[in-house]
Structure formats: C-alpha cells, structure tokens
Design a protein around this ligand. Structure first.
Ligand SMILES: Cc1cc2nc3c(=O)[nH]c(=O)nc-3n(C[C@H](O)[C@H](O)[C@H](O)COP(=O)(O)OP(=O)(O)OC[C@H]3O[C@@H](n4cnc5c(N)ncnc54)[C@H](O)[C@@H]3O)c2cc1C
Length: 815
C-alpha cells in the first residue's frame, strides 16, 4: 500500500466503489479505497437489488436515472457482470388519494424524461399477473424499474476504477483519521498509514464511527429491514413460459410492499410501521456477513395486505426471510458533500437506495471534489441541510418516522410530528395560545397559520381547512397590519476591517451605504446562484476602516450550507469574521398599510417615510427593548423587520400586539406569507432560486452590479450569461385552478408539449388567483398564450403574469 494518495475513500460498499470509480473516470487516478473486509461487507451484500427512477425530489430522481443508465458502462469497462434486468414495473394505488399522488409523480416524470404512464388497475393486472385488480383504483407503469446483482455491481465499479488506475485495498480497516498541521489527513490503518489530501467517508453502516474519528456526529441511523423469498410459484412459471419474460416489479404503496421475481418464485419486501432501529449508538466492528433474526410478527400486518393484494402468495411457501440493517438520514435522502469546518473531509453516506442512487452520489461527489461544484442540483442530499441540532436522539426519532412512512403519502400540507418541538423561540407558548399551527424549518418551530379553536389541517392535495383562515390572515396584512414571527431567517454578522472588501467579492450586488440594505444575489464561479440575501450596512460611517459591521439575512434552512461557503472563502489572515447568529437574534415582522402608524406608537425614533425610507435599517428601541429595525417586507407591503436578542422578544411582541389593537392587528403565518409573496412575483430560496439557475434566468439580474469594480465570484460567468441570454426564464403564471393549487414540481406544458416545471405556487388570496412560478425556455417566455400546467392529472390553462398582481408600481412598499 502506498503512503500517499490524493484521495482515500473509506468503505467498499456500493457507494464507496462508485465514488472511487467516478473520481478515476474524471481524471483523479491517485485514489485509493480502503475496505476493512471484503467488498460489500456492510449493507450492500444482502440488498434486494431493486432499482427505481422515481423519487420525491426531482433532482434526486435525475441522479437515479443516471445511476440506472450507468450500469451498462461499468459492465463494459470492467468485464464484470452486474446482473441488471430492466423489467419495468407498476406503481399501484389502492386509494384515490394515492392515485392523486401518483398523478403528481407522472407529471413530474414528464419533464425529467421518465417513461411513466397512468394506467387502470386492470391494465396493471395484465402487466403484473399476480395482482388482484379489484384491490386497486389505478396504477402507473414505469419502464425503467429493474433489479441487479448487488455484489456484481460493486465489483464492477471497483474493477472499472482499478482499470483507470485507482487502488483497492481489502482487509484494511481505518482505525483513525488525524488532521496534520498542513491540512493533510493521516489515515491510520492496521496495515500502515496513508497521507491524503481528501478523505471520503463512505462507511455505510459504520459512517457514524468513521465520522467520530474526526469529531463529527453524523445524523444517520441503521434500521432493520426484511424481505422474503417464496418457493417456486406455478403462476410465475406459467407467466415466464407464456410471455418469455420475467414478472415485472411492483410497488404496492398502500400495502407498504415491493415485489419482484426471484428465480422461480417472488421476492416481497416491506417497510413496516413497527420500524426497528439497529445498533442505535454504535455499530459493532465485528458485524459483517451475518443476518439479523427475522421477526415475522413485525411485518405480519403488511404481509396480510400483500397476500390479499397478490392472492397467489396465499398458496405458496416462504423459502427464506432476510433481515438486514441499512442506514438512513432523518429525511431518508443521502448525506453527501464537504463537511463544514473540515476542509478535505467528505461524506457519501446515509444512502438508503444504493442501487438507485449510488451512481448519482458518486458522480456528484467526484464533480464536487474535482471541479468544486457537484455539477447538479443536489440540495436534497447535501450534508449541510443539517446542523448541530440534528442530534442522535433527533435522528433516531426522525429515521423511525421516515422508515415507517417510506411508502406513505406525504400530503403537501402535512407536518410530520417526530422529533418536535425541538427548537422554539421565547414566544412559542404565546403563539400556541393564539392557535398557531406549527411547521418546522431547520429544526425550528415556525407558525404556518392560526387556527380558531378546534380547526386543524385536513391533509389533502386540494384546498383544505386552512384556506379561509389563511385568506383572512392575508387580508389582515393587505388591509390593516399583520405580525409574523421571522426568527427562522438566517442572520449572519460580518465584521472585521476586511468585511467590506470581502462582501464586495462574495455578493454580486452593489453594497449599500451605511444605514441601508440591498438585495444581494450570491453566485458561484459558474455564475449560478448560491444565495439570495438582504445585506445591511451597519457600519458607523465616521469610523469606516476599523469597525466594519454588516448583517446578512437569508434563508434559515441554508445556514450550514452558506456558512460552509463563507468559511471556504474567508481570507486566511483573520481580517473578516462571519458569525451565524442563529437564535441569538430573533425577529418579528409587521406589515400592512398601518404598519408605520403602529411602529410610531412603540418607538421614539423618527420612522416617517422621509427619515426611515424603504431599505433603511437602524437600531432603535421598541418599547423598552433595544432592536435593529429594517424597512423591508417579503409581503411586498409597507413593512418592517424587527430583530432583537431573545430575552426581549416577549416584551416586543406584547408591546406590538397591545399597541396594534387600535389598528386591528392580526397574526399571520408562513402560508399567508406565501400567498402574499406570490402576488408580488417574489421568488424564494430553494424553490425559485437554486444553484442551477443564473441571475438572468431567475430574474435577479437587476440586483447584480455587473459593472462594479470588485471582481465578485461568478462575475465573468454572469457577464457571459447576460451576453448570451441564458437558457431559461422564471415566470409567474395565473392558473385556472378549481379546488387545488400547485405546490411545486408540476409540469408546464406549452402548445401540447412539456417545456418547463413549476418551482412553487399557491393561492394568492388577496388577488383571488391561483398562482404558479416556474421555469420555461427563454424562447417561449414571452408567449401570451399556449401554456397549461398539469395538476392532479388535468392540464389547466395558465397565463404568464408579468407584472405583480398586487401593487405593480411598488407604491405601497415604498410609500
Ligand atoms: C435487507 C435489505 C434490502 C435492501 N434492498 C435494497 C434494494 O432493493 N435496492 C437498493 O437500492 N438498496 C437496497 N438496500 C439498501 C442498500 O443495501 C444500501 O443503500 C447500500 O448497501 C449502501 O451502501 P454503502 O456503500 O453506503 O454502505 P455499506 O454497504 O454499509 O458499505 C460500507 C462499507 O464500508 C466499510 N467500512 C466501514 N468502516 C470502515 C473502516 N473504518 N475502514 C475500512 N472500511 C470500512 C464496511 O466494511 C462496508 O463494506 C437494502 C438493504 C437491506 C439491508
């Protein structure tokens, strides 16, 4: 074993092998994989080997499609059979709600290029002869499902990587990882030491233990998982003889089952409700090629449904039950990427569907390591979507919930209860008493809407019980004044004598003068968006050089992500400090035509339009509490964002609420905010603004200071985008919706073909219009007619709404 390597990949499961292959394929051949045992010695060897293109997140679905298409390539390159059988499959719905969900999957699949088609239950039975069509209301046919040989695939990756120059060392356990002063990693094994520039944790079942070697507690947990294999079945033999092909895959969501042919019988697996974690605190190092004791009682309720839905199983014997562990992150998506605070340490773990996702994970990670960018929108699998709050106990609660709901319908208005409440602000109980219905963002409880006594969300794809109440909240803002808790925003304080120059380089906007704020897109080197902020200049003008003081406000869910980016770009000499304020700074927003009158009654500061205009920011007392107040509002109305230390939040809240009585103040939550921002055509981070869109495409070019002196990150690429015009355009649409509104990821049709996708939407209550925002190719972005948006299986006419539906001239906001 050599003593130095550019990259050491720890773990020879399907994921580590894929990472190794992709690094070598993309030109990094000084790479080495270390495996403590034989390859596949974690969860890989006992996997059922199924693969699917469908995923709740369209970007993960794209990577799944990539993975499945890759097998031919690695088979050819390695000469190792992967055992891939593309059989196709059916996704089955036993209820109308499930069928609505499947229609959404089909609509999404259209713009992803997936071959999905809605079919009847009878048609499904003609494709998959074991199912009883009377048990289902409909289905979707998917031509790309299939299965493979897990060991063959892993070895094919490894052999192909070796052919390209990579090394694979089996029976080489990594005992410890130590960072050297020069930033290189010492990877200490039982067979000696390797010094590496980069280390990849692909430790699968032991990813936590490998993380702990560098002081990292990763939010992953293994769950027991069972599938059974039947004796040979005459129905299977008959079908094989009659058609010359295998029985296709089936996913029976309502039975929580997946099925496929296994030799002359069938394989049936289940994600049972009584989910059971395995090795909750520590994975034993001596675990490897053994299986866990099957527990048929635990899966009996699912099997009962299975035997009813697929009657042939009633007459057949069970040959074997496999019970094995595999890992999950709290939301079920992989954890991939560079770890904040540990330059050169990467993770590729928590991959629960290694044979659908392993290729995409390997590709994204290799791109990221080599080019500095994953090359795809992998927001849903970025390890930085979690912060320290994703503790072991939180992860345990969430993973159990996620496992037991793996095949459940996730309704758009459904909030999952496990692991909550975890983070709350000081006014949590006050807002709860007012009927707050809580959602969660980055672990923090956020009010979604306020329910009168007894009202609750009824989970649905259609407009629900909250509709009229959210409408009232929106009207409160548009007609009087509303108050919203906004502590979930991310807030960063940037100080130090180099702060101004650094911000000028990091942000693409013109920096604001002291006492002012500016909208601030942040770009990557390729000119695509990596942030969308408001930057505030709090520097005292008189003393500019020594005490720079700036704030950045942005999306709370991206805090870890953005801190990783900021820290990567900080100058080494310590002239700039960035501090994520988290909940050490909490906030309240007031908005509406009487917001200024209300503010005047609670402060002695001059907040007249002349003294405190739109985009001004200033410290002032609210009641008795020292606050930072910015005149800005995402509602698009006259409004203020008020920031304070948490110990003052109750005081400020109570002052505003009691002073607000005179103006008939009301509370509003994030659902009303969504309705308000949609009628202003305002996009939001992680929806409209994501790292695959350029500022011109996203309509943020008006905030980019193309001509500023500073050579901001992404400047050359942004200029090129402006020159060439970009490929896409973000547009707002008014949709002829009836009883349901888009939520995101629906297909946008133009003149009979799918040309774009929805990023978000909803009902704009004040304007009384159903609104969608989404991207379409620039060639059709000015078309006045011809658009339709697919919602719940129907194509609804839609029209571009170029001007905001509310306050198109910005008079309310600036007045
Ligand atoms: C019963 C069952 C059925 C499944 N069915 C499917 C399916 O149909 N389709 C699908 O896509 N997925 C399925 N899975 C999930 C699939 O197995 C996992 O997604 C996949 O195996 C994850 O691979 P991995 O490489 O991340 O982890 P692992 O397979 O756990 O690999 C990690 C490797 O790292 C090595 N390692 C760890 N620590 C060290 C160290 N310190 N030094 C050196 N080596 C180390 C381990 O020995 C191991 O070989 C199933 C899982 C189970 C349990």
């Amino acid at each position: 074993m050599k003593s130095h390597a550019r990259v050491v990949v720890i773990g020879g499961g399907v994921v580590g092998a894929s990472v190794l292959y992709h690094l070598a394929r993309h030109g990094w051949t000084d790479v080495m994989l270390l495996e403590r045992d034989e390859l596949t010695s974690g969860s890989t060897w006992h996997a059922a080997g199924g693969m699917h293109t469908v995923n709740g997140d369209p970007n993960v679905a794209k990577l799944q499609k990539y993975t499945i298409e890759l097998y031919k390539e690695i088979e050819e390159l390695s000469g190792q059979a992967t055992g891939v059988h593309i059989t196709g499959g059916v996704l089955l719905a036993a209820t109308e709600a499930r069928m609505d969900w499947l229609r959404g999957v089909v609509a999404k699949g259209r713009y992803l290029g997936l071959d999905l088609e809605e079919i009847s239950a009878q048609e499904a039975a003609e494709l998959m002869p074991l199912l009883d069509p009377k048990q289902f209301v409909g289905a979707v046919r998917n031509s790309e499902d299939g299965h493979l040989d897990p060991s063959g695939v892993t070895h094919a990756y490894a052999k192909a990587a070796r052919k390209l120059g990579a090394e694979v060392h089996r029976f080489t356990k990594v005992e410890d990882i130590v960072r050297r002063e020069d930033g290189m990693w010492r990877v200490i094994t039982g067979k000696g030491e390797v010094v590496a520039e980069h280390v990849v944790n692909a430790g699968g079942l032991w990813a936590r233990e490998v993380g702990r070697m560098v002081g990292l507690e990763l939010p992953v947990l293994a769950m027991e998982h069972m599938y059974l294999i039947t004796e040979d079945m005459p129905e299977v033999a008959e079908w094989n003889a009659k058609t010359g092909s295998e029985i296709i895959h089936a996913i029976d969501f309502d039975g929580e089952l997946y099925l496929r042919q296994e030799r002359g019988g069938m394989l049936m697996g289940t994600y049972e409700k009584a989910a059971k974690p395995w090795s909750e605190y520590q994975t034993p190092w001596n675990f490897g090629h053994e299986l866990l004791e099957p527990d048929i009682d635990r899966i009996a309720p699912s099997l009962e449904v299975g035997f009813r839905h697929f009657p042939a199983f009633q007459k057949t014997g069970i040959k074997q039950i496999i019970n094995g562990p595999f890992t999950f992150a709290p939301d079920g998506n992989p954890l991939v990427g560079p770890v904040r605070g540990l330059p050169g340490f990467w993770v590729a773990c928590g991959v629960m569907a290694g044979f659908s996702q392993g290729g995409g994970v390997g590709l994204a990670l290799a791109n990221w390591m080599i080019d500095g960018d994953p090359g795809a929108d992998i927001w849903a699998m970025d390890v930085a979507r979690y912060g320290d709050w994703a503790s072991m106990a939180y992860t345990n609660a969430k993973v159990r919930e996620n496992y037991s709901r793996r095949f459940s319908i996730g309704f758009p208005n459904e909030e999952l209860p496990a692991g909550r409440p975890l983070k709350t602000t000081p006014i949590y109980d006050l807002l709860s008493a007012k009927g707050a219905q809580w959602g969660v963002a980055y672990g923090l409880e956020v009010p979604l809407w306020y329910a009168p006594r007894g009202a609750r969300d009824k989970f649905s794809w259609r407009r629900s019980t909250d509709f009229e109440h959210v409408a009232n909240e929106a009207q409160t803002v548009r007609e009087r004044v509303g108050l919203m808790e906004i502590s979930s925003f991310a807030k960063y304080r940037v100080t130090g004598k180099g702060a101004r120059d650094w911000l000028d380089r990091m942000l693409a906007c013109k920096l604001p003068a002291p006492g002012r704020m500016a909208l601030a897109p942040m770009l990557k080197e390729d000119g695509k968006l990596i942030g969308d902020f408001t930057v505030a200049n709090l520097t005292d003008d008189a003393d500019r050089s020594s005490s720079q003081d700036w704030m950045i406000f942005g999306s709370g869910i991206a805090e870890q992500n953005h801190m990783r980016w900021f820290e990567k770009h900080l100058p080494g000499e310590g002239s700039v400090n960035v501090d994520a304020r988290g909940l050490s700074l909490v906030g309240l927003a007031i908005a509406g035509p009487t917001a200024r009158k209300l503010l005047e009654t609670v402060t002695r500061a001059d907040v007249s339009n002349a003294a405190f205009p739109f985009m001004a920011i200033r410290r002032m007392d609210i009641g008795m509490a020292p606050c930072l107040v910015g005149r800005v509002s995402y509602t698009g109305d006259l409004g203020y964002e008020i920031w304070m230390a948490p110990e003052y939040q109750r005081h400020v809240f109570e002052r505003l609420m009691s002073a607000g009585e005179e103006f008939s103040i009301g509370l509003f939550g994030s659902r009303a905010l969504n309705a308000l921002r949609l009628e202003k055509n305002y996009g939001s981070w992680a929806r409209e603004y994501r790292p695959i869109y350029g500022p011109l495409e996203a309509g943020l070019d008006r905030f980019v200071a193309y001509g500023k002196e500073a050579d901001f990150v992404g400047k050359a690429a942004a200029l090129a985008e402006r020159e060439q015009g970009g490929r896409l355009r973000l547009r707002s649409f008014v949709v002829d919706a009836v009883d349901a509104d888009v939520i995101g990821d629906e297909a946008i049709w133009f003149e009979g073909a799918v040309r774009g996708w929805v990023t978000s939407g909803g009902y704009a209550h004040h304007s009384r219009k159903s609104v969608a925002m989404g991207y379409v190719p620039r060639e059709i972005a000015e078309a006045e007619t011809g658009f339709e948006i697919e919602l719940l299986g129907r194509r609804l006419p839609a029209r571009i709404q170029a001007m905001p539906l509310f306050d198109a001239n910005f008079e309310r906001m600036r007045g």
